[in-house]
Design a protein around this ligand. Structure first.
Ligand code: CP
Length: 306
């Protein structure tokens, strides 16, 4: 991989996705074995998060530390962003601090690309508005690959608040690039236009969509992005779109349940499914560290040998 930045799955070809996944497999082995892999010794990685995060931010920081990088975490709440500093000026400051890689999460789509076009440092998009979340999609396909011999022909059903979900967009692109068939399922009010162009089949009836699914991925209702009522009551939403034991029984025998998290128990997913034998939610988190180690290594060394 020769690119400077990783901003979205739509920029990556199948070969680059596979390259990251191949390195992530090696990184996972090191991670599980507790081995040090100091490929980023002497490099500096900064996380710049304008939105809350538990998994992505900590996962990138752990990944960078595992690779021997020095890490800086810029807390927007206590930084000069609160004094009106723009994203571009914050980026220039990070460049002047000799940062090698900036990991950015921002509520506005396109922010990661704007930053990447401004700074010398490499930029990784850790989620920009409702646009893309590439590292989540890569860890999701990595997790799926660990459960199925091939993703080709698998039925992936992403259900929930598709409208506000960058994960739905990135996952649709990543899974379809590897040959899976993606169905996105939501009430009309929570279904954005353009999902077919990304490669998904659109369905509003979850009981129909879930039949034969190999992977079921509920998404939480992103109330922080909702400016109006998109459904009547949570009870009614759960009745039609909740991932429950009864619904999972309609899926394939080997079906797994993934969730990017955070989960809202007994809203989009029942507690028994979240904690049950088909759930791979915690495994996704572990794989996230390996995928992010791979992304950092490939950007820092521009595809150099491991
Ligand atoms: N999946 C995900 O992006 O989680 P966080 O918001 O906790 O980073």
């Amino acid at each position: 991989m020769k690119r400077k930045d990783i901003l979205g799955i739509k920029d990556l070809g199948k070969s680059e996705i596979n390259e990251i996944l191949a390195v992530a497999k090696t990184m996972r082995e090191s991670l599980i074995a507790g081995e040090r892999v100091p490929y980023l010794h002497g490099k500096s990685v900064a996380t710049l998060f304008y939105e809350n995060s538990t998994r992505t931010r900590n996962s990138f920081e752990i990944a960078a530390k595992n690779l021997g990088a020095t890490t800086t975490s810029i807390s927007v709440a206590t930084s000069s962003v609160q004094k009106g500093e723009s994203l571009v000026d914050t980026g220039k400051t990070l460049d002047a601090l000799r940062t090698d890689i900036i990991i950015i999460r921002h509520p506005v789509g396109g922010s990661a690309r704007l930053l990447a076009e401004t700074v010398r440092a490499s930029v990784i998009n850790a989620g920009d508005g409702m646009s893309e979340h590439p590292s989540q999609a890569l860890l999701d396909v990595m997790t799926a690959q660990r459960h199925f011999e091939s993703l080709a022909g698998l039925k992936v059903v992403i259900v929930g608040d598709i409208k506000h979900s960058r994960v739905a967009r990135s996952d649709t692109l990543a899974f379809t690039a590897l040959g899976a068939q993606v169905t996105v399922c939501a009430p009309y009010t929570l279904m954005p236009v353009g999902m077919e162009e990304l490669g998904a089949t659109v369905e509003t009836d979850f009981d129909k969509a879930v039949v034969g699914a190999n992977i079921i991925m509920p998404l939480r209702l992103q109330r922080e992005r909702m400016d109006q009522a998109y459904f009547s009551t949570l009870e009614e939403y759960r009745e039609y779109y909740g991932v429950t034991e009864k619904r999972v029984r309609r899926a394939a025998d080997d079906a797994i349940v993934m969730h990017p998290a955070p989960i809202n128990r007994d809203a989009e997913i029942s507690g028994e499914i979240a904690d049950g034998g088909r759930s791979v939610i915690e495994e996704q988190v572990t794989n996230g560290v390996a995928v992010r180690m791979a992304m950092l290594q490939l950007l820092a060394n521009k595809g150099g040998e491991l």
